[in-house]
Design a protein around this ligand. Structure first.
Ligand code: 3H9
Length: 694
C-alpha cells in the first residue's frame, strides 16, 4: 500500500514527495507510513538539496482520514510524521493546491515553507467535527501568524483563500501556472540563497493582551452554545501562548483526545458523513442520465416563491416568476430586490452582482412564458383544488420532459401528479422557510416519479447549495409529520399544567435555537388558525378549539403583532411570558375541566422528544424515509436541531432505545393515544439490542 499512495522521485536537485490517495488524499495510515518512508528516502538522497511535498488529484490532503476515527489507532501517528518533517535537516517546501485542510495544513506547517496555487484554500476545520487540530496545528499556527490571527481561524474552522493566507503569513508565495514547476523554482531559489530551515517548534508566540482569550470566549459564547470544541480550541491556543512548545503539544493532545471521545464530536462526525450519504439514493443507479436544467419557472411570487427564486438566481440559473396579478408580481419582485440590496449593504454582494441576479429574473403574468423552462416549481396557496388546477395548466403549456414540481408541505403529491398526463415528471420540492436561507430541501418521490427526475432534482439541490433528502409521500412528509407530533404534545403538556415558557426552556436547553411556542410566534399564529377554521367548517371535532384560537381572536398573532404566546417589545425578538396568556390558558383548562398539575422538565423532554422518535421509527417502518440518517439531516438542516446531538434519531441512540421504548409503552398504556402506539420497528431494534445507526 505504502508504495502506491506516496512516491519519492528526484527532479534535478530537488526531491519530490507526492501523495496519491483519492478522493481527497486524506492522511490515512498508508499515507502516514508513506510520508515517513519517502522522507527517509529524500534525506538519504545526496542529490536532493531540498524537498517538496505535494499531492496528485483534486487536492493537497484535506485532513486526517475521518473514517479511521473511533477505530484502534494504527501507527505511525500524524503528530510523529509531522515532527519528523520538522526535524529534518533538509529544507522542505509544501506545495499546495485544492484544499489543504486540518491535518493537511498541519503537515504543511511542519514544513519550512509553504507555496500554493491562487485557487487553493487552507484551513483548520476540525472544530466542525467537534474536534481541534490535533497534530500540532493549535501550537504551530499561532507561532507562525500570532495567536490573535490564529484564534478566529481555528475556532471558526473556516478556510481562507490563498491570497488571504499569503497576507496572513500562512503562505510564503502564491503561484500561477503549473504547481510542480512553480514549487521546484521556489525550492531552487531557496537552495541558491542557502535559505535557513524554519521549524515552528523553535519559534515563540508573539505577546498577546491579557484579555485576548477571555474576550474571544465571550464573543462566541452565545453563538456556540452547547458546543464543546470551540472552547477547547481557545484553551489550546492559550496554551501555545503560555507554554513551551512540548508542553503546549501535550495540552493539545489531552484536549483532542477528550473531544474525540465526546458524544458531541461523534454526533458531528455522523452529520458529516450523513450529509454526504443522503445524496446517495439506494436503488438509484448513480450513473442515471440527468435532464438538463438551464431555466426554471416559479409560480407564486409570495414569500415562499420569492425565496425559492433567489436560490436559482444566486446559482446563475434564469427564473421566470409567474403571478396572477400585476400587483402581486411587482411586490414579489420588489421584495427580492430589497433582499439583495440589504445583503449588498452588509458588504456581502456588490451592486453589480445584485444587478446580475435581477437580470436573470423574468416576471410574467402568463403561463405561456413557462412553455420552454426545464423545471417548474409551484408555490401557490396550500389547497388541493388550486394545486390541481395549476398542474392541469402546466400539463398543457410545458414542453415534454419538463420537470413539474410542487412545493406543497403536506398534500398528496400522487394526487397532484395524477391530474397530469405525465405523472413520471412530477415531484415534490419542499423548501423550508425562509427558502433562500434554510439548507434543507425535502425531495418528495411520487409513485410514478421517474428515476431521472429524482437524479436531476437531487443534483439541482446541490447546485443551488441545498442538502436534498429524498422522502416518500405521506401527510407532512418526514419533517413536518414529526413536528406536528411534537407540537400536539407541547399543547397537551400546557393543557395539563406546564407553562409555554417551561416547555420552550426544555427544548432550548436541548439545543434548539428556540422552543416550539416561540417558533409558532415567529411563524405567525394566524396561519394555523385559518387552517383550523377551514377544517372546523366541515367537522368541528377534527380541530377542537384550544387556547391558541383564543389568542388569535384577541389579536395575538405572534411576533408581528408583538404579542402571541409571548409578549415582544418593539424591535426585540426575545419572548417575554405574558400574564394575559396565563389567564387565557387558565380559563381554557377550566372549561375543559382540567385541574393543572406540576409537570417536570424530564416529562416535557421525554414527551416532546420520544413522540418524535416513535414517529420517526414509524416513518422508517413505512419506508417514507430511507434511512435514519435521512431523518437526522432533515432535522438538522430544516429545524435547527443541534448538530452536536447528531439529529433526532442519533440522539435517540445516545439516550438508549430500550429506555425510550419502555417509556413509550408506558405512555401508550396511560393514554391509549395512537401516536404513543409503539413502533414495531422500534421494538425490533430494542429486541435485537441495536440502535437506529449501530
Ligand atoms: C483532522 O484533520 C484531525 C487532525 O487535526 C488531527 C489528527 C491526529 N477523511 O465533501 P465531498 C470523503 S480532522 C475521509 O463530497 P467536496 C467524503 O466523505 C479532518 N474521507 O467533496 C466523500 O466520500 P464519498 C479535517 C473524507 O469536493 C469524498 O471524500 N478535515 C475526508 O464537496 C468527497 O468529499 C476536514 O474536516 C476526510 N478528511 O469537498 C475536511 N474528507 O465520495 C473534510 C472528505 O464516499 N472534508 N472525505 O461520499 C471536506 O470539507 C470536503 O470533503 C472537501 C471536499 C472540501 C475536502
Amino acid at each position: 500500500m505504502t508504495d502506491s499512495v506516496v512516491h519519492y522521485r528526484l527532479e534535478g536537485e530537488i526531491g519530490v514527495v507526492t501523495i496519491n490517495y483519492p478522493p481527497v488524499n486524506a492522511l490515512g495510515q498508508g499515507v502516514r507510513e508513506g510520508l515517513l518512508a519517502c522522507l527517509a528516502q529524500g534525506e538519504a538522497d545526496g542529490a536532493a538539496k531540498a524537498l517538496v511535498v505535494m499531492a496528485e488529484g483534486r487536492t493537497f490532503p484535506a485532513g486526517a482520514d475521518i473514517r479511521e476515527f473511533g477505530k484502534p489507532p494504527a501507527g505511525p501517528a500524524l503528530p510523529d510524521v509531522i515532527a519528523a518533517y520538522e526535524r529534518s535537516e533538509k529544507v522542505i517546501i509544501a506545495a499546495i493546491h485544492g484544499t489543504a485542510l486540518g491535518g493537511g495544513l498541519e503537515v504543511a506547517l511542519g514544513c519550512d515553507y509553504r507555496v500554493a496555487l491562487a485557487s487553493a484554500q487552507v484551513g483548520l476545520p476540525e472544530v466542525k467535527l467537534g474536534l481541534l487540530p490535533g497534530a500540532g496545528g493549535t501550537q504551530r499556527l499561532p507561532r507562525l501568524i500570532g495567536a490573535e490571527q490564529a484564534l478566529p481561524l481555528i475556532v471558526s474552522g473556516n478556510p481562507v483563500k490563498a491570497p488571504a493566507a499569503l497576507k496572513l503569513g500562512i503562505l510564503d508565495a502564491v503561484l500561477d501556472g503549473d504547481l510542480l514547476q512553480g514549487a521546484l523554482e521556489f525550492a531552487r531559489a531557496k537552495v541558491a540563497e542557502n535559505a535557513p530551515r524554519r521549524p515552528l517548534c523553535d519559534a515563540s508566540v508573539a505577546a498577546v493582551s491579557d484579555t485576548l482569550f477571555s474576550d474571544f470566549e465571550q464573543s462566541i459564547a452565545h453563538r456556540q452554545r452547547g458546543f464543546k470544541a470551540p472552547f477547547a480550541c481557545i484553551e489550546a491556543v492559550k496554551a501555545a501562548a503560555e507554554l513551551p512548545f512540548a508542553q503546549g503539544l501535550e495540552k493539545e493532545r489531552e484536549l483532542f483526545l477528550g473531544l474525540m471521545a465526546s458524544t458531541e464530536s461523534k454526533a458531528q462526525r455522523h452529520v458529516f458523513f450523513a450529509e454526504r450519504e443522503v445524496a446517495k439514493v439506494p436503488g438509484l443507479d448513480a450513473k442515471t442520465t440527468q435532464r438538463e436544467v438551464r431555466s426554471v419557472g416559479i409560480i407564486g411570487a409570495g414569500t415562499m416563491g420569492g425565496g425559492i427564486a433567489m436560490n436559482f438566481l444566486n446559482a446563475g440559473i434564469p427564473v421566470t416568476l409567474l403571478e396572477v396579478k400585476d400587483e402581486f408580481l411587482s411586490r414579489g419582485v420588489a421584495v427580492i430586490r430589497a433582499n439583495y440590496e440589504a445583503t449588498a449593504k452588509k458588504g456581502r454582494l456588490t451592486s453589480e452582482q445584485v444587478e446580475q441576479r435581477m437580470a436573470l429574473l423574468t416576471p410574467s403574468l402568463s403561463y405561456d412564458d413557462l412553455a420552454q423552462v426545464d423545471v417548474v416549481i409551484e408555490a401557490v396557496f396550500e389547497n388541493m383544488d388550486i394545486k390541481k388546477s395549476v398542474f392541469e395548466t402546466l400539463d398543457k403549456v410545458c414542453k415534454p420532459g419538463a420537470i413539474l414540481a410542487t412545493n406543497t408541505s403536506t398534500l398528496d403529491v400522487n394526487e397532484i401528479a395524477n391530474v397530469t398526463q405525465r405523472p413520471q415528471d412530477v415531484i415534490g420540492l419542499h423548501f423550508f422557510s425562509p427558502a433562500n436561507v434554510m439548507k434543507l430541501l425535502e425531495i418528495v418521490r411520487g409513485e410514478a416519479t421517474a428515476d431521472d427526475v429524482i437524479a436531476t432534482t437531487m443534483a439541482l439541490a446541490r447546485r443551488i447549495g441545498k442538502v436534498g433528502v429524498l422522502v416518500g409521500v405521506c401527510h407532512g412528509f418526514v419533517g413536518n409529520r414529526m413536528l406536528h407530533r411534537r407540537q400536539a404534545e407541547a399543547m397537551a403538556l400546557v393543557k395539563q399544567g406546564a407553562s409555554p415558557q417551561a416547555v420552550d426552556k426544555v427544548l432550548f436547553d436541548l439545543g434548539f435555537p428556540m422552543g416550539p411556542f416561540a417558533t409558532s410566534d415567529l411563524a405567525g399564529l394566524d396561519v394555523g388558525y385559518r387552517i383550523r377554521e377551514e377544517i372546523r367548517k366541515d367537522d368541528p371535532s377534527k380541530a377542537p378549539r384550544t387556547w391558541m384560537d383564543d389568542l388569535v381572536e384577541k389579536g395575538r398573532c405572534g411576533q408581528k403583532t408583538q404579542a402571541g404566546v409571548f409578549d415582544y417589545e418593539k424591535g426585540n425578538r426575545t419572548p417575554v411570558p405574558s400574564a394575559d396568556v396565563d389567564a387565557i390558558i387558565a380559563a381554557y383548562r377550566a372549561t375543559e375541566g382540567v385541574t393543572p398539575r406540576a409537570v417536570s422538565e424530564d416529562e416535557i423532554l421525554e414527551r416532546c422528544m420520544y413522540v418524535m422518535v416513535n414517529e420517526g421509527a414509524k416513518i422508517l417502518e413505512e419506508g417514507i424515509a430511507m434511512r435514519a440518517l435521512d431523518i437526522d439531516v432533515i432535522w438538522i438542516y430544516g429545524y435547527g436541531f443541534p448538530v452536536y446531538r447528531g439529529g433526532v434519531m442519533f440522539w435517540a441512540d445516545t439516550v438508549g432505545l430500550d429506555k425510550i421504548y419502555a417509556r413509550i409503552c408506558e405512555l401508550y398504556q396511560q393514554t391509549g393515544e395512537e401516536h404513543w402506539r409503539p413502533s414495531a420497528y422500534l421494538k425490533e431494534l430494542v429486541d435485537a439490542g441495536r440502535g437506529f445507526h449501530h
